[in-house]
Design a protein around this ligand. Structure first.
Ligand code: KIV
Length: 267
């Protein structure tokens, strides 16, 4: 069995200038394929609320849902490091609740680390969770759980004052003990500056090529989502067409009597 990726490997990759590859995933068969391809980190993101469950945004996702999907992913990943997202309301209310929920994602979900959104405002929470020996990935910039404050999914840090605040957030997340930080939806120059200022790795999504690693939502790169395709997504497959072709062929063959044949039947 190949060696499991750990936070030490992730740090070494930054130190050696090796790009860190991260994708979201929510189920066993897909995670098995991705692990076999050599992905470094799988994020069981709360994006599952949108791309799997069909919600408008990530806010309805629960800890139990993340645990369910993490367990499926974890069983399929002898190599990749699995990071479980902390959903809305699982860490913002108070620190004891945050510690308990982070612990559940590790104990029940089987993840090796958790991710939570927020910068300076979440530093004490990150410190409290890492003090339980649970590795935390930060997430700053366009934080989808803050959709109502941001007034939609908008690039953050375009103005100098906002950019300074994001730099302060990144430094606060690192000082609080996070092992990495996701930079989402920020100008590429700012992402590069933050990456150079931090000793921990930055994982970009819509933050340009200057980050230590990249993360995207799996359903986006597979072309499975019909609704919203942000500028930063690159589609690597036409998954909707692939599924539609297979399902249409099945329907046609059942209707025509072409399936099943002797080969698919028992005597
Ligand atoms: O939930 C998620 O998929 C995420 C990524 C977009 C970083 O947080």
């Amino acid at each position: 069995m190949r060696k499991q990726v750990t936070i030490l490997d992730i740090q070494k990759m930054k130190d050696e200038g090796t790009p860190i590859t991260v994708l979201t995933c929510y189920d066993y068969p897909t995670a098995r394929i991705m692990d076999g391809c050599g992905i470094d980190v799988i994020l069981v993101g709360d994006s599952l609320g949108v791309v799997v469950a069909g919600h408008e945004n990530t806010l309805p996702v629960t800890v139990d849902e993340i645990i369910y999907h993490s367990r499926a992913v974890m069983r399929a990943t002898p190599r990749a490091m699995v990071v479980a997202d902390m959903p809305f309301l699982s860490y913002q209310v108070d620190i004891p609740t945050a510690r308990l929920n982070a612990g559940r994602l590790i104990k029940e979900g089987g993840a090796a680390a958790v991710k939570l959104e927020g910068g300076t405002n979440m530093a004490d929470t990150i410190r409290a969770i890492t003090s339980m020996d649970i590795p935390v990935m930060g997430h700053i910039g366009l934080t989808p759980q803050s959709i109502h404050r941001m007034g939609g999914y908008r690039v953050q840090g375009k103005k100098e004052e906002q950019a300074d605040r994001l730099m302060a957030d990144a430094l606060a997340v690192e000082a609080a003990g996070a092992f990495a930080v996701t930079l989402e939806g920020i100008p590429q120059k700012l992402a590069r500056k933050i990456t150079e200022a931090l000793t921990i790795p930055t994982i970009g999504i819509g933050a340009g090529p200057g980050c230590d690693g990249q993360v995207l939502v799996l359903h986006d790169i597979l072309g499975l989502c019909e609704k919203y395709s942000p500028k930063f997504v690159k589609r690597y497959a036409d998954g909707r067409a692939l599924i539609a072709d297979a399902v249409s062929a099945y329907i046609a063959e059942v209707r025509s009597g072409e399936f099943p044949t002797e080969a698919h039947s028992f005597n």
